[in-house]
Design a protein around this ligand. Structure first.
Ligand code: ADP
Ligand code: MG
Ligand code: MG
Length: 931
């Protein structure tokens, strides 16, 4: 940093001596409570609350988040934190009648991170802290179990070495695996005390080698180092990345929980497990979870041993099971939400180690919310906020038939839900096999491509596969990103699955699967299930969904329209509840195979006459599309944007043409034939024509070439320079409107002029539209009501909105282009800088995904205000990608828009987001959703 003096904010936030940094919990009471998530983090608040409720929680203390923020600022905590921590440790030692790492009965603790919002797996926990060469012997004697003591110690060195001393995990794994090999041990548990003792001494060498010092034997030193490592881990890359994608502030910091250890690995009357009070995949009210006997901490989730379904605990330890069920039911009632909990059984005694509101799928969220209303646990108004709008996507993709899923057939439920939906198919292990086995046409077989991870070379296989399963990689791995783009089901990073591509084999839970075996994937929950399961189609009319929307929607103030270009999409959007079309991009009607030639002919035209000829061919096609849209929306508004795109999108690439001209003399008959086909739309009838036509096309492409087409000859500039285009489109619109009205369908027409920046542009285009409307109505002897408005997508338009509103009867904010032109970021190239911008914290979010309220949003606000100064009832909407993104929808509600428009698949999300925005305003609740 450039300056060494304290900044004003630092002075202002530097705390007086009296700050309470450390909160004790134990013996039935806690200094803190469940509401103090800001200070204690989610985990610490939960531990305090459970302690206060008299539940069996191992005692300990929480160092609050303020210490973490201090650590961020100064690279260390103040002495006051140390003092308070020492006091708390003293108190803990007295309560337990033990000393940390000392004596015959040494106190051992876990050091656990815990921020306000749960950040699963982001910051690592250290168990068994306090063990050293002396206390390990005491522990062995005390437990009468040498193996247990050594196992605990080697785990500490490993975790401490990795998390605190930042030694790569692999350094320890190598030692451990070598030992297993040497002793011919299959499982970790096959290593005996002697072997573990050897592991410990080799682990110590690893520590010495990497850090040039010995593994710390002083337990208090271990504790301080571990605490600071947790604070440091707040800023590790994984944590930063998680916060970014979940929109969690970097400023919050984390708490540290220090808690007396309980041991699930003391023998066959001990164990550890995790669970949910309801099924997080389906929302069904059932006790759900799993455990392992004789195991510690992460063993259950690490996938080394196969855990047992929680119901089995009833048989093994009925009393413990009953107590656990009773406690967690009570916790659910207390928190009034589904709980996700962790427990450990030590020598037959149950301890609770964590509870929090459980994450769940969209379907489960809806079901749990409804059932909790029925049970009288929450109100309908609260239920509205229990579902994340984005999660409603779950209702729009197919899913596995839950009735067919038998627990014993679940191969893993710990894969990442990388891309939602379901896929059922036969296993293949390479992209080429996928292509071969999937077949095509009538002989199509569903295949699941199973890989350790995917790379760009696998694309062809991914394209034909019904679903993808990978054993490595996260939510942003290649497989995850690509499949989400394809809208294809994917389970990624399923660590329990071992894939051997060479021998074409997949192993999981001791079973081996070969090419051709059937498996089923659930990309919504991350489950992989053996066998050929039935799938259930998407269900936007699901009765439970309808019910919860029925509670939410009466609050909603703004309309939700869809962006739909063709009748098929419009019909779908209406089924999802769209109340109109907010954006029909007329150029998209021309991407179809049979139409693009006419569009190209229109673009290639050298003069008005040629252009009119091409337009004449386009007219009937547009008209029939518009008729289809009007019929689909019968009476609901249909906003049609006149031709907007940079024309080059419709033409062959300049470079490609140059290459083809160069190679033409060297091509064989077959290649020539395919080139003739390709250029038929430009008039090529035989190979002989190519020599003449290719250069012609090239020269036209070069004439049309623009250095910056996104800011070029597009939008209303097109209709102003070539008024015949606007005329044709207006004619198609009004002829279609009159035609459907004659059939008794109601057409609600809104004609939208794109990319205006001046009143005169608007007046020019509106003039043509109104003139043609008059002509058509005259010819057909029938009038149709319509509006002419504009898309606001340039800063200038927003600033002079009062002028533009003189001619424009409605505004629709095109926030994709408005973001592009406000930031000066190219939409298509932003990914070169965005990752760095996000990593550096220069931008918090991708402004093309989440509306930038401060800048772009301010222009929107100004545009609405000025527009309505001229025209008080000006209709205002949004039609960018933001129209289906919950936080942006909330903004649109707040600035008083009449509607948002989004793609059909986001209509449900937008409806709920708009309802939540209005409800939270009315009910004065802070968007109390489950994080
Ligand atoms: P995470 O946030 O990754 O869940 P936790 O702090 O909850 O991390 O702990 C990781 C594992 O260690 C969990 O299984 C937890 O139950 C276990 N654990 C944490 N503290 C203790 C303790 N004091 N005694 C026994 N097990 C513990
Ligand atoms: Mg945990
Ligand atoms: Mg635009």
């Amino acid at each position: 940093m450039a300056t060494t003096t304290l900044s004003e904010t630092e002075i202002a936030t530097s705390k007086p001596q009296s700050t309470k940094y450390v909160y004790f919990f134990g013996d039935g009471k806690a200094d803190g409570n469940g509401k103090m998530k800001d200070e204690l983090g989610g985990k610490g608040a939960g531990l305090a609350e459970m302690t206060n409720a008299g539940l069996p929680v191992p005692p300990g203390f929480t160092i609050q988040t303020e210490a973490s923020r201090e650590f961020m600022r100064h690279g260390q905590v103040s002495t006051e934190v140390d003092t308070q921590m020492d006091e708390a440790l003293n108190r803990l030692e007295q309560l337990q009648r033990q000393k940390l790492g000392k004596g015959d009965n040494p106190l051992l603790v876990s050091v656990r991170s815990g921020a306000k919002f749960s950040m699963p797996g982001m910051m690592d926990t250290i168990l068994n802290l306090g063990l050293n060469d002396e206390s390990v012997a005491a522990l062995a004697k005390l437990s009468n179990n040498l193996r247990f003591a050594y196992d605990s110690y080697r785990r500490l060195i490993q975790m401490f070495g990795n998390v605190v001393l930042e030694i790569p995990k692999s350094a320890f794994d190598e030692v451990f695996d070598a030992k297993k090999k040497q002793k011919k041990a299959k499982l970790d548990t096959d290593l005996d005390a002697k072997a573990l003792k050897e592991v410990i001494s080799e682990y110590k060498k690893v520590v010495k080698k990497h850090t040039k010092r010995d593994f710390p034997q002083d337990s208090n030193e271990q504790l301080v180092m571990a605490r600071d490592a947790v604070f440091r881990s707040w800023n590790n890359d994984r944590a930063k990345h998680y916060r970014r994608i979940n929109n969690i502030s970097d400023e919050l910091g984390t708490a540290v929980n220090v808690q007396a250890m309980v041991f699930g690995n003391l023998g066959e009357t001990s164990g550890t497990g995790v669970g949910f009070t309801r099924n997080p995949a389906t929302g069904n009210k059932e006790f759900y979870g799993e455990f392992l006997m004789n195991a510690q901490g992460e063993d259950v989730v690490a996938g080394i041993r196969t855990p047992i379904p929680i119901r089995e605990l009833e048989k093994i330890m009925p009393e413990v099971y009953r107590r656990l069920h009773q406690i967690t039911t009570r916790l659910e009632k207390h928190y009034r939400d589904m709980q996700d909990f962790e427990f450990t059984i030590q020598d037959g005694k149950l301890y609770m180690l964590q509870t929090r509101n459980g994450k769940r799928t969209g379907r489960a969220a809806v079901r749990v919310a409804i059932q909790m209303v029925e049970e009288g646990l929450i109100t309908k108004e609260e239920a509205i906020f229990r579902v994340e709008p984005n999660q409603l996507y779950d209702f729009l993709v197919p899913r596995l038939d839950e009735k067919e899923i038998k627990p014993e057939n679940i191969l893993t439920d710990k894969g990442l839900p990388a891309s939602p939906g379901a896929a059922v198919g036969q296993i293949v292990f390479t992209a080429d096999d996928a292509v071969e086995k999937a077949g095509h046409g009538a002989k199509k077989n569903p295949v699941i491509l199973v890989r350790a991870e995917t790379t760009p070379e696998d694309i062809h296989g991914m394209e034909v596969a019904a679903g993808i399963l990978t054993s490595r990689g996260g939510m942003t791995s290649h497989a995850a990103v690509v499949t989400r783009g394809m809208g294809k089901c994917c389970v990624a990073g399923a660590g329990e699955v071992q894939v051997n591509e060479h021998v074409r084999e997949m192993r999981v839970k001791g079973q081996t699967f070969k090419e051709g075996d059937w498996i089923s994937l659930d990309g919504t929950t991350g489950r992989v299930i053996k066998g050929k399961l039935k799938t259930v189609e998407a269900s936007p009319d699901d009765p439970e969904l309808t019910k919860i929307l029925g509670w939410a929607e009466p609050f909603r103030k703004i309309g939700v329209r869809a962006n739909a270009d063709i009748p098929r999409d419009a019909i779908q959007a209406r089924a999802f509840g769209a109340e109109g079309i907010g954006l029909c991009r007329t150029e998209h009607m021309f991407f179809a195979e049979d139409r693009i030639p006419h569009m190209q002919a229109m673009i290639m035209a050298r003069d008005e006459k040629e252009r009119r000829m091409a337009l004449k061919k386009l007219l009937p096609m547009q008209r029939s599309d518009f008729e289809g849209l009007f019929r689909a929306m019968d009476g609901l508004p249909v906003t049609i944007r006149l031709l907007d795109p940079p024309l080059h999108e419709f033409l062959p690439k300049r470079e490609e043409l140059m290459v083809e001209i160069a190679i033409l003399p060297h091509t064989d008959a077959k290649q020539k034939k395919s080139m003739v086909e390709k250029y038929a739309r430009f008039g090529a009838k035989s190979a002989a024509d190519l020599k003449k036509i290719l250069p012609q096309v090239l020269s036209r492409v070069e004439e049309l070439h623009e250095f910056n087409p996104m800011l070029g000859h597009r939008g209303c500039r097109l209709g102003i320079t070539y008024p015949e285009i606007t005329e044709m489109q207006a004619r198609a619109i009004f002829e279609a409107a009159v035609a459907v009205e004659k059939e008794g369908v109601k057409a609600h027409v809104e004609v939208m002029i794109p990319l205006t920046a001046t009143l005169k542009e608007m007046a020019n285009q509106a003039g043509i539209v109104r003139r043609v409307a008059g002509e058509v109505f005259e010819e057909k002897g029938r009038e149709v009501h319509y509006l002419v408005g504009t898309m606001i997508e340039l800063p200038r338009a927003a600033l002079i909105a009062d002028e533009i509103a003189k001619e424009a009867e409605f505004f629709s904010f095109g926030t994709n282009d408005l973001t592009q032109t406000t930031f000066g970021f190219s939409r298509d190239d932003i990914n070169k800088v965005l990752p760095t911008y996000l990593a550096e914290g220069i931008l918090k979010q991708d402004p093309f995904a989440v509306l930038d309220r401060e800048g772009v949003g301010e222009l929107v606000r100004i545009g609405i205000e000025r527009g309505r100064k001229t025209r008080p009832h000006l209709e205002v909407g949004i039609c960018g990608e933001h129209g289906g993104e919950p936080s942006s929808v909330e903004f649109c509600h707040q600035v008083g828009m009449d509607y948002v428009a989004c793609s059909p698949f986001r209509v449900l999300t937008a409806r709920l987001a708009a309802a939540q925005a209005a409800a939270s305003e009315k009910l004065k609740v802070e968007g109390g959703r489950t994080k």
